[in-house]
Design a binder for this molecule. Structure first.
Ligand code: F6P
Length: 497
C-alpha cells in the first residue's frame, strides 16, 4: 500500500509571503476560489504553484481521485470497521440505493415533525436534545448559528454527564411542554442513556403522565431505542454507514429541522450537496477542499506546525471550533496507516480557535509574537447578523482582515519586544451570508477537506478506537473491577470514601 513521500514538500523553498505576492501578480487569483456563496482565499498561505504540483503528485500516488469516487459510491472506505461512509448520501450525493434510503428516513422525519407541529404529541415549546459528541456538536452548531430569530421552540442540547448541564436545561423548561429527543447512533452511550433516564424521572416527578410518550429517538440502532422504551413510531433511524461526527445531516439534525423549519433543513442539505459536487468534479488545482488540505499538510509536514487555529469573526459561528475539533481530531488523530502500519509522519494537527474579536484580546499575542507557527483560518460573513448600526459589522470584518494582514507583513522595530516577525500564514473564508445553504456548504467543505487530509496521510478517518479505552476503564472503575495504579486508586478513594 502506498505511503506519502513528503520529500518534495519538505524541500520547497521557504519564500516569505510578502515576497510571494511581490513576485507573482497572479497569486491572489490562483489561490482563491468561489464556491456556494463562500470566497476562499489561500494567498496568505505559503502555497505556491510548485507546492500544488508537488502535492498533486502525492495525491495521485495516494489515489485521491479513486478514493473520492469510492467514498461517493458507498464503497467500504472505513476498512477497520468494514463500513462505507455515507454521510453525503443524506444530501443526495452517493450510491443511488443509499440516497433513496436516506430520502425515506428524511420523509419519516418530516412526517414526525409535522405531527409534532400539529400537537399530536401534546403541546411542545421546549426541545430537550440529549446526545454527545457527533450526536450533539452538529445540531448545537446549527441551532446556535441559525436560530437567532426562531421563536416557536426553545432548544437545549445536553451532552455532558455532569448533572449540572441537564439541571440547567430542566430549570428553564416546562416539563409539560418538553419534547425529549434522545440522539445516539449506538443508543448505548453511557452519558446519553443516564441523561435520558434522569429526564424521564424529572418528567414523572413533575406529573407528566406518559413521559415516554414525549420521547423521540434519533439513532442507527432502532431496536435498542424500542427496547429502551421509545415507541417505534417515534424512532427516527439513520444508516449505520453514517459516522457519528458526520451525522448532522441525518435524523440527528432533528432539533434544527424542527426549530428552524423543514425548508431550512432542506436548504442546508442542498448547500452541502453543492459543495459535494464541487469536490467531486472540480480539478485539483481549483478544488476548495483539496487546496485547503494541501495547505494543512504543508504546515504539518514541511513546517512542523502542531496546531491549526480557526477564528470565526461572527458570533453566530462561535461553536464552529468545537465542532471542527471533533470532525478533524477524531477523524485524523491516528497513528497507523490504512494498512495497519505505524505512521512515521505527523497526522492531524490540534485544532483550536475561538471567536473574533474576543480572541484578539486573549490569544493573538502568541500568534503574532510567540515561538509557535500557527496556521490560521479566519472566517467572516459579509451580510451582518445584527440589526445594530453598521459600525459593529464594519469593525468586526475590518479587524478580521487586519489580523491576516498584520500576521503576514509583521513590523520591524529595533526594540525586539515591539517587533513583529510576520510571515505568519492565514487563510480567509468569506461567506456572503450565514444562511442554511451556505452553512451546509461550509460544513461539507470541512468534511471533504478532512477526507483529503486522511487520504494523503494514508490513514482511515472514519474509525475512532482511541476513545474506547477510557470509556472501558471508567465503566470498570464503576464496577470495582479494575486494579488501578496507586494514583488513580487514591483519587477514587478520595472522591468516594
Ligand atoms: O466518543 C466517541 C463517539 O463514538 C463519537 O464518535 C460519537 O459521535 C459519540 O461517541 C456519541 O456516540 P453515539 O451517537 O453512539 O451516542
Amino acid at each position: 500500500m502506498a505511503t506519502p513521500d513528503w520529500s518534495a514538500i519538505r524541500s520547497l523553498p521557504q519564500t516569505p509571503l510578502t515576497r510571494l505576492f511581490a513576485e507573482d501578480e497572479s497569486r491572489l487569483g490562483m489561490l482563491s476560489a468561489d464556491v456556494s456563496g463562500i470566497h476562499f482565499d489561500w494567498s496568505k498561505t505559503h502555497l505556491t504553484p510548485q507546492a500544488i504540483v508537488a502535492f498533486s503528485a502525492i495525491a495521485e500516488a495516494m489515489g485521491l481521485a479513486g478514493k473520492r469516487d469510492a467514498l461517493f459510491a458507498g464503497e467500504i472506505v472505513n476498512v477497520t470497521e468494514g463500513r462505507a461512509a455515507e454521510h453525503s448520501a443524506e444530501r443526495g450525493e452517493g450510491a443511488p440505493a443509499s440516497v433513496v434510503r436516506a430520502r425515506g428516513f428524511h420523509s419519516r422525519m418530516r412526517a414526525l415533525i409535522d405531527a409534532i407541529e400539529a400537537e399530536a404529541l401534546g403541546p411542545v415549546r421546549h426541545i430537550l436534545h440529549i446526545g454527545i459528541g457527533g450526536s450533539a456538536l452538529g445540531p448545537d452548531l446549527l441551532v446556535d448559528a441559525l436560530g437567532r430569530d426562531m421563536d416557536r421552540y426553545e432548544v437545549a442540547i445536553v451532552s455532558n454527564v455532569d448533572g449540572v448541564a441537564l439541571e440547567d436545561a430542566m430549570d428553564r423548561f416546562d416539563p409539560q411542554a418538553t419534547l425529549v429527543a434522545i440522539a445516539s447512533k449506538t443508543f448505548t452511550t453511557t452519558e446519553t442513556m443516564l441523561n435520558a433516564e434522569s429526564a424521564m424521572a424529572w418528567m414523572t416527578e413533575h406529573g407528566v403522565e406518559d413521559p415516554y410518550g414525549r420521547v423521540i429517538a434519533l439513532t442507527a440502532a432502532p431496536d435498542k431505542a424500542v427496547e429502551w422504551g421509545v415507541d417505534e413510531t417515534r424512532v427516527l433511524p439513520f444508516a449505520e454507514s453514517v459516522g457519528g461526527r458526520y451525522s448532522l445531516w441525518s435524523s440527528i439534525g432533528f432539533p434544527a429541522a424542527l426549530a428552524l423549519g423543514w425548508d431550512a433543513f432542506e436548504e442546508l442539505l442542498e448547500g452541502a450537496a453543492e459543495m459535494d459536487r464541487h469536490f467531486r468534479f472540480t480539478p485539483l488545482a481549483g478544488n476548495a477542499p483539496v487546496l485547503a488540505a494541501f495547505a494543512d499538510l504543508y504546515y504539518t509536514q514541511a513546517r512542523g506546525c502542531e496546531t491549526r487555529a480557526v477564528f470565526a469573526y461572527d458570533q453566530r459561528l462561535r461553536l464552529l471550533p468545537s465542532y471542527l475539533q471533533q470532525l478533524e481530531m477524531e477523524s485524523n488523530g491516528k497513528r497507523v496507516t490504512v494498512a495497519g502500519e505505524p505512521v512515521t509522519w505527523p497526522t492531524a494537527p490540534i485544532t483550536w480557535g475561538g471567536v473574533g474579536t474576543d480572541a484578539q484580546h486573549a490569544v493573538f499575542q502568541l500568534l503574532h509574537q510567540g515561538t509557535h507557527l500557527v496556521p490560521l483560518e479566519i472566517l467572516g460573513v459579509i451580510e451582518p447578523g445584527d440589526g445594530l448600526n453598521e459600525e459593529h459589522h464594519r469593525q468586526l470584518l475590518l479587524n478580521a482582515f487586519a489580523q491576516g494582514a498584520a500576521l503576514m507583513t509583521g513590523r520591524a522595530n529595533d526594540d525586539r519586544a515591539r517587533a513583529y516577525p510576520g510571515d505568519r500564514p492565514s487563510a480567509t473564508l468569506l461567506l456572503d451570508r450565514l444562511d442554511p445553504r451556505t452553512l451546509g456548504a461550509l460544513l461539507a467543505f470541512y468534511e471533504a477537506r478532512t477526507f483529503v487530509n486522511a487520504v494523503l496521510l494514508g490513514i482511515n478517518p472514519f474509525d475512532q478506537f482511541g476513545v474506547e479505552l477510557g470509556k472501558e476503564m471508567a465503566k470498570a472503575a464503576g464496577q470495582g473491577g479494575l486494579d488501578f495504579d496507586p494514583s488513580t486508586t487514591d483519587l477514587i478513594a478520595r472522591a468516594f470514601p
